[in-house]
Ligand binder design. Structure first.
Ligand SMILES: [Zn+2]
Length: 95
């Protein structure tokens, strides 16, 4: 038995994209849905970006918000679940 088995070799993947093409612009790779919320208190609009799949999982109650939107900050999750803008959230819930 030799140690060679331990070394994993990753196959070289060929790049199908010609290099002379202009680069693909991907400004928001994982979060691609604009989710607009109007604040219930002051009507201020705020926009969060999330993948449609994650948002849908939360809307349909398939997952709770922590599970569905793990990339969101606690504040963003509070905003989305209370439908309040960050200002009103601070006004009502403090700190
Ligand atoms: Zn507000």
């Amino acid at each position: 038995m030799s140690n060679e088995k331990k070394i994993k070799r990753f196959p070289l993947t060929s790049n199908p994209r010609p290099s002379d093409k202009e680069p693909i612009k991907r400004p928001l790779p994982p979060k691609n849905l604009k989710y607009t919320i109007s604040c219930k208190n002051c009507d201020e609009k705020f926009v969060l970006f999330a993948s449609p799949k994650d948002i849908t999982a939360w809307i349909t109650l398939e997952k709770d918000i922590d599970e569905a939107l793990p990339s969101f900050t606690q504040k963003e999750k509070d905003m989305i679940s209370t439908q309040l803008c960050s200002n009103c959230l601070e006004k009502f819930f403090g700190s």
